[in-house]
Design a protein around this ligand. Structure first.
Ligand SMILES: *Cc1c(COP(=O)(O)O)cnc(C)c1O
Length: 231
């Protein structure tokens, strides 16, 4: 039952924030609803979740339409193709996965068209270990991308998103979260008050991510159960 899973996740977040001296209210649960039906999302909303994350634009837009009677906040967390930026700017409140300047510029232009008075919240996706198969900006190029993005008036740059390298060793994952948090702190100085978001931690490692400073955890499996083998 999703209700019990959500209670369990909230308890784990409470323990992780308490043990690291953080405020329990500083962590937001993002339910990753890729491959889940609108019915499952309704149940999750009944159980108290308002923020949902999607990876595939077409699938997401259909569900956003079907659920428009609910006060949900939609986050895009997947890889971005430039021909999808219009739909992202039109239907989402957040995009976590900006990794290049041209995508930021296109989102800015599209947001100006669809919601000129409501900037799109965005995070820059970091790829700290330069894994070739993964999207994200390197630590080396992050500052340039940040400087570009923060000048775009229809985007509100909130922080970093990261997906750690798959590892067998939990200590290395913790280390990657810590390095991400350090970079996040470093850019506090050159950013506005809006720079307040660290999107890191998934079903397997969210408690560690919270201990290292995550403000949004992105949870699929632990809330909804295993996904089909497809994704
Ligand atoms: C699928 C996905 C998640 C959720 O993964 P779980 O392990 O099921 O919690 C989180 N973040 C991103 C970017 C994803 O693609």
């Amino acid at each position: 039952m999703i209700h019990e899973q959500i209670q369990m996740v909230r308890r784990a977040i409470k323990v992780a924030t308490a043990s690291s001296g953080r405020d329990n209210g500083s962590v937001r649960v993002l339910a990753v609803s890729k491959t889940r039906t609108s019915g499952e999302i309704r149940l999750a909303h009944n159980a108290g979740v308002d923020n949902f994350g999607e990876n595939y634009v077409q699938e997401a837009v259909q569900k956003i339409h079907e659920l428009r009677d609910l006060p949900l906040t939609w986050h895009f967390i997947g890889g971005i193709q430039s021909n999808k930026t219009k739909d992202l700017a039109r239907y989402f409140q957040w995009v976590h996965s900006i990794d290049r300047a041209n995508i930021a510029s296109r989102l800015n232009a599209a947001r100006a068209e669809f919601r000129p008075n409501d900037p799109l919240n965005v995070c820059l996706q970091l790829n700290l270990d330069d894994e070739v198969q993964k999207s994200g900006v390197s630590a080396h190029d992050a500052e340039e991308l940040l400087q570009h993005t923060r000048q775009l008036p229809h985007l509100r740059v909130r922080g970093f998103m990261t997906i750690p390298k798959p590892r067998s060793n939990a200590r290395d994952t913790r280390d990657e979260f810590r390095r991400t948090a350090e970079l996040f702190q470093k850019y506090r100085d050159i950013s506005d008050d809006d720079w307040d978001t660290l999107s890191m931690g998934m079903s397997n490692d969210f408690a560690t991510a919270v201990a290292e400073g995550a403000t949004i955890v992105r949870l699929g499996t632990v809330l909804f159960g295993p996904r089909g083998s497809r994704r």
